[in-house]
Design a protein around this ligand. Structure first.
Ligand code: ATP
Length: 438
């Protein structure tokens, strides 16, 4: 993890928020390469979950919602973690923190930071939603929440979308957006943060068809991660036992990745039943039902949700791509990112800064950058320039040398195999475009 965090900062993938002020706890910023990688990941998800499907529509609902939404969804009453304080060192923990020995609130409970016994308070419930006020009056009536999940913005728009898009059951609604949780023990870099982004899709089905659709999405989402090039040996399912299931869920399976700190969830597939829509129907007084074409009955749909964290996916992709290898007696750090998600697709390098090479390299660079992100670099030895791009995950290096000037061909170096191909200049864009697709 230390190596990943340091590479992420050095190469401009991820920076700590407000770093010059000492940082803000568990909030992170995406740098120039990070924002490109993140966009590539969200676009890939959007393409496969929305654009390529006839039965899923996209939306973007607001972060701020009517406060009754969170009462209906039970986030006000249930979205809590048990919290304990150490009276001695003032640190806070989740009561289920594995580092706590003994029972908090009793003499046996031992603080994992200061080591004192009997200083931990009884667990008390702490709501994870961020509160703020809408309008100029800071009183209870004006209190609203920053959404802790995008799903509720989808549920309240369910009928709007169905009617506007003329969808028929079963169909889904997808959205990508920010969510906020005041996590008590955040950490592990961007794994658990207080502000994060989710890619969630709610699939509405007829009650009784939910289990079949659950199976479908369960398979489908795992395949998506494999297609992204994630090492399948590091992927597995984890089924939620009865004590792990969220208050709304009938069945839940996580897709886990073996992070450097162990197996952890990064996507969840949930059978949320008709819980959310029924509750919104009850709290809003508006019918959230559809007609069954087979009979004259109306029903509240069941929901199968797929919920993926963008930051967690980003971390999976980085951790999975990172490798160190020895080349000619030196350690080479490589991010073996799938070319389709790499932030920069090709480096353009004039071998030397004379003999017409920089001019030709500039022409090639200008042409390529209208098609995909490329990086021009004429600083330092060619070996060092290659290494810098290896670390950034750039799949191709285009070198302009004497032969380019004489014969209008360039060398294309492949990041993973180190193989070098001689390509005609006028074929270069096509050659690279074909290899970047995916
Ligand atoms: P966890 O048990 O790790 O807190 P969760 O089960 O509460 O996660 P869900 O509510 O199912 O998570 O959210 C769906 C996805 O959103 C998660 O799989 C994860 O990728 C992402 N996510 C949830 N909380 C966070 C967070 N604090 N920071 C980053 N990503 C998060």
């Amino acid at each position: 993890m230390d190596k990943l965090v340091s590479l992420a900062k050095r190469r401009g993938f991820v920076f700590q928020s407000s770093e010059i002020y000492g940082g803000l706890g568990s909030v992170w910023d995406y740098g120039p390469l990070g924002v490109e990688l993140k966009k590539n990941l969200t676009e890939r998800w959007w393409r496969s979950m929305v654009r390529e499907r006839d039965d899923i529509e996209g939306i973007e609902s607001a972060i701020l919602m009517h406060p009754r939404v969170w009462e209906a969804s039970q986030h006000v009453s249930q979205f809590t973690d048990p919290l304990v304080d150490c009276r001695q060192c003032k640190n806070r923990f989740r009561a289920d923190d594995e580092r706590i020995k003994g029972t908090p609130g009793e003499a046996t409970g031992q603080c994992p930071v200061c080591g004192n016994k009997g200083t931990l308070t009884e667990p008390r419930m702490f709501n994870l939603m961020f509160k703020t006020f809408m309008g100029p009056v800071e009183d209870e009536a004006a209190q609203i929440f920053l959404r802790p999940e995008t799903a509720q913005g989808t549920y309240v728009n369910f009928l709007n979308v169905m009617q506007a898009a003329r969808q028929k059951m079963p169909f889904g609604i997808a959205q990508i957006g920010k969510a906020f949780r005041n996590e008590i023990t955040p950490g592990n870099f961007i794994f658990r943060t207080r502000e994060f982004e989710q890619m969630e899709m709610q699939f509405f089905v007829k009650p009784g068809d939910d289990e079949e659709w659950f199976e479908y999405w369960h398979e489908r989402r795992m395949q998506w991660h494999k297609d992204l090039g994630i090492n399948p040996d590091k992927l597995r399912y984890h089924a939620h036992g009865p004590d792990e299931l969220a208050h709304y869920a009938k069945r839940a399976e996580d897709i886990q990745y073996e992070f450097p700190f162990g197996w952890q969830e990064y996507e969840g597939i949930h059978n949320r039943t008709d819980f959310d829509l029924s509750r919104h129907q009850e709290y809003s007084g508006k019918k959230l039902q559809v007609a069954d074409p087979g009979s004259s009955e109306r029903y509240v749909p069941y929901v199968v949700e797929t919920a993926l964290g963008v930051g967690r996916l980003f971390l999976v992709v980085l951790a999975d791509a990172y490798r160190e290898e020895e080349v000619e007696g030196q350690v080479r750090v490589v991010l073996g990112l799938h070319p389709s998600i790499a932030p920069i697709k090709a480096g353009v390098f004039p071998l030397v800064k004379k003999d017409g090479m920089p001019e030709l390299a500039r022409t090639i660079h200008a042409d390529l950058k209208t098609r995909f992100p490329v990086f021009y670099d004429d600083g330092g030895s060619i070996g060092r320039r290659y290494r810098r791009q290896d670390e950034a995950g750039t799949p191709f290096g285009v070198t302009i040398d004497g032969e380019t000037v004489a014969e209008h061909t360039v060398t294309v170096r492949h990041r993973d195999t180190l193989q070098q191909d001689r390509i005609a200049m006028d074929q270069l864009a096509t050659y690279l475009t074909e290899r970047i697709a995916g």
